[in-house]
Design a protein around this ligand. Sequence first.
Ligand code: ZN
Length: 62
Amino acid sequence: MDEQKYAKWTVEGDKKTEWNCGCCQTSDNYFKFCNTHSKILQKAIQDKIDDLDMTLVIEEKK
Ligand SMILES: [Zn+2]
């Protein structure tokens, strides 16, 4: 219940920035992208993950 409330607040709540295409950023720095940019950005982020030197967290199932 609490999680649902929070999700609704972040998406429909206090928008800090909103772009014409439908992308927006909320006051708690949560980004919501429109369908077009969501696809492009997801691909771009995945391409850049190697550059970010992030460590994969893999749970060992043993
Ligand atoms: Zn957009």
